[in-house]
Design a protein around this ligand. Structure first.
Ligand code: IMP
Ligand code: MG
Length: 182
């Protein structure tokens, strides 16, 4: 695997921040029936690491969504490919996300999940791109605020590849030339 992009957040920085977030979540959710909900595929890595820093017997579930419309930009209209296996009524739901870009996907999901009457509904996101959310989102736990550039690694893909990098890199226009298989 060749080196791509420029390191934006190192493996150590990610783990340190996730540990802090996990400790905060442990304090906040103590004594609650909590279910962590990750949105596939990107959030699988955050889910795996963040959940290990949460010292509570949390439940876990996964959703998969795909957005309708133009391929390159989120339309905000989302199709649920895989729904939750479990009921969330009366339970404390914490959505675990890799990155919030326009925020449209999450806004749709929040609306969809709120209808099911959870006791609470909050978001933990490792990365939030600054200044570009078309809708203000109230994100309870933010790992890092980053510039609105295209990033890859730690669950985030470049045409399906490089999700398994343990750190996050920024891709310049030059980096994005050629194929991820080169
Ligand atoms: P949003 O609806 O625009 O917030 O879209 C968020 C989704 O787009 C994320 O869950 C990612 O899957 C994907 N995404 C957004 N920005 C990036 C990026 O910089 N690199 C890789 N995937 C991204
Ligand atoms: Mg995602």
């Amino acid at each position: 695997m060749r080196d791509i992009g420029t390191t934006l957040i190192s493996e150590e920085q990610i783990q340190n921040r996730l540990r802090e977030m996990g400790e905060q979540i442990t304090t906040d959710y103590e004594g609650r029936d909590t279910i962590l909900v990750a949105v596939l595929k990107g959030a699988f890595m955050v889910m795996a690491d963040l959940s290990r820093y949460i010292r509570l017997p949390v439940d876990m579930d996964f959703m998969a969504v795909s957005s309708y419309g133009a391929a390159t930009k989120t339309s905000g209209v989302v199709r649920i490919i895989k729904d939750l296996d479990q009921e969330i009524a009366g339970r404390h739901v914490l959505i675990v996300e890799d990155i919030i870009d326009s925020g449209l996907t999450l806004k749709y999901l929040l609306k969809n999940l709120a209808v099911r009457r959870p006791a609470s509904l909050e978001i933990a996101a490792l990365l939030v791109k600054t200044g570009i959310q078309e809708v203000p989102l109230d994100v309870r736990y933010v790992g890092f605020e980053i510039p609105p550039d295209f990033v890859v690694g730690y669950g985030l893909d470049w045409v399906g590849r490089y999700r398994n990098l343990p750190y996050v890199v920024t891709m310049s226009d030059d980096d994005l030339q050629g194929s991820p298989l080169d």
